[in-house]
Design a protein around this ligand. Structure first.
Ligand code: SAH
Ligand code: SF4
Ligand code: F3S
Length: 473
């Protein structure tokens, strides 16, 4: 989609730029143009930024980590809660002053906020030149050209097919040990609070063989851990057009696990209604599929879960938890929780606390409800819980989770774990930092050897609510 921009000043500027772009094409010096990309939101967004970086570098732009060096500033945005959008607007204001000093600078918004607000963003945020939704990144080079020609450019088309299957992501900010692999896009679950189905469109699964090829390539490059990403990985389903065979998530997990026994597999996010016994038994069967499941619950109360349209109730969730612990006894389970959803009573909030205790989550991501325009909840239910009650309930579940995490971690003291080392600890250069299969961060004293990307056995000697501390054995 191309948008005419009526301000003369802009058009004049564009004529100059057009000359420049031409010259660049003629002389093949496009590589001198630099882009800077900043990502917000979920892992999918960070993974998408790597796809964007790959598309741009294929088209002659090169990445920079320095905002001041960039000709193109991109923000890959998130709409999940109001606060996420506020943070991005603040950052955009900071970019404005840069643009004032350098009028040729192009500022682009990508991702979910771009999709949600579409061309409204061009009106609201006068200095944005480019608005591109999550399924339109292949169009970026053309859209940049449009901006070069003096127009504003918007493409927020949502696709039913796009999976960027053939694009090799350019690994940004990588530790060289762990990487994301996007296995599907979009979401067909209409959770009533959630904006994702609107910003990411319909669910579609990526070709399983390109996923396995990407995992193989990463392993050959020295990576030792991949995280398979999707909003609801358990509904992964890909039909091979040649054989008509259908590959499920359990099948895909097995295929990736077989790439190499030294390649660890993680995945996110699982939906309680879709995670199958086959997935659980596949995790149990392969040592290199990590014993860790992020299984967002959202609320411990069945009436609230129904209003949220999560399609399971408290009892169903608890049964799933029991099933997980019986098939994979040393599995760690984590969750997402929302407090203060529409009409939630104090008693119903107590159900969330008791379900957290029952489930023995190793950790949780916790939020208070933030109404999102256009969602089912915004249309059907009143956002009637006062902010201070939402926050009080949130503080209660955070305090409980801290206790649960402390207990969970204390139980690991004395145990030995196989740890994949990611690098030096942030707090101290004298400690290595890595993770065990259960996704717990483990630190231990650094010796002479460079252990990055290596597996070592660590015996746990101490713990906090966030970290296990140990020594190499
Ligand atoms: N696909 C994943 C989660 C995606 S969003 C899943 O199904 O679990 C990540 C988390 O943000 C959600 O699990 C939920 O806990 C939280 N979240 C989503 N919408 C929200 C809203 N409107 N207000 C507060 N938290 C929200
Ligand atoms: Fe949102 Fe629900 Fe889809 Fe997760 S499963 S992305 S919470 S609609
Ligand atoms: Fe945010 Fe979009 Fe992810 S709304 S959480 S970036 S899918």
């Amino acid at each position: 989609m191309r948008q005419d921009f009526p301000e003369t000043g802009q058009i004049l500027l564009a004529e100059e730029r057009q000359g420049e772009a031409f010259q660049a094409l003629d002389t093949g010096i496009q590589g001198t143009r630099k882009f800077y990309i900043e990502s917000y939101g979920c892992q999918m967004n960070f993974s998408d930024s790597e796809i964007v970086a790959s598309i741009l570098s294929e088209n002659g732009l090169s990445p920079t980590k320095d905002v001041l060096m960039a000709d193109l500033l991109l923000l890959n945005t998130c709409s999940i809660r109001e606060k996420a959008e506020e943070t991005i607007r603040k950052r955009l204001k900071e970019f404005r002053s840069l643009k004032k000093n350098n009028p040729e600078l192009i500022v682009g918004l990508l991702g979910c906020m771009a999709e949600r607000l579409k061309d409204k963003l061009l009106e609201e945020e006068k200095l944005v030149d480019l608005v591109v939704g999550p399924d339109a990144y292949r169009e970026l080079p053309n859209l940049i050209q449009t901006v070069d020609e003096g127009f504003k450019a918007v493409n927020v088309f949502l696709s039913r097919e796009e999976t960027y299957s053939d694009i090799a992501p350019m690994r940004l900010d990588s530790n060289g040990v762990s990487a994301f692999i996007s296995i599907m896009r979009g979401c067909d679950n209409m959770c009533s609070f959630c904006v994702v189905p609107f910003t990411r469109g319909r669910e579609r699964s990526r070709n399983a063989y390109t996923i396995v090829a990407e995992a193989k390539q990463l392993f050959e490059q020295g990576y030792r851990e991949v995280t398979l990403l999707g909003q609801n990985v358990d509904s992964y389903k890909w039909q091979n057009p040649e054989t008509s065979d259908v590959i499920s998530f359990a099948g895909l997990l097995e295929m990736v696990a077989l790439v190499h026994p030294d390649l660890r597999i993680r995945f996110s996010t699982s939906h309680p209604k879709d995670i199958t016994v086959q997935v659980l038994t596949t995790i149990a069967k392969y040592e290199n599929i990590c014993n860790y499941i992020h299984l967002p619950c959202q609320s411990g109360n069945s009436r609230i879960l129904k209003l949220m349209n999560r399609t399971y109730d408290r009892e169903w969730y608890m049964q799933k938890i029991e099933e997980i612990y019986s098939i994979i006894p040393d599995c760690a389970v984590s969750s997402d929780m929302i407090t203060g959803f529409c009409s939630e009573s104090d008693e119903e909030h107590q159900d969330t606390l008791s379900l957290m205790k029952f489930s023995k989550f190793s950790m949780s991501y916790m939020f208070f409800y933030s109404e999102r325009p256009g969602t089912l909840a915004a249309k059907k239910y009143e956002d009637d819980i006062p902010l201070e009650i939402k926050k009080r309930r949130l503080n209660e579940i955070i305090a409980l989770q801290n206790q649960l995490s402390s207990i969970h971690n204390k139980q690991d003291v004395g145990k030995k774990f196989k740890v994949l080392v990611e690098g030096k600890s942030k707090k101290s250069d004298e400690m290595w930092k890595g993770r065990n299969s259960q996704n717990k961060v483990i630190v231990f004293p650094a010796d002479q050897d460079n252990l990055v990307g290596k597996y070592v056995t660590v015996e746990i000697t101490d713990s906090t609510s966030a970290t296990l501390i140990g020594r190499r054995v």
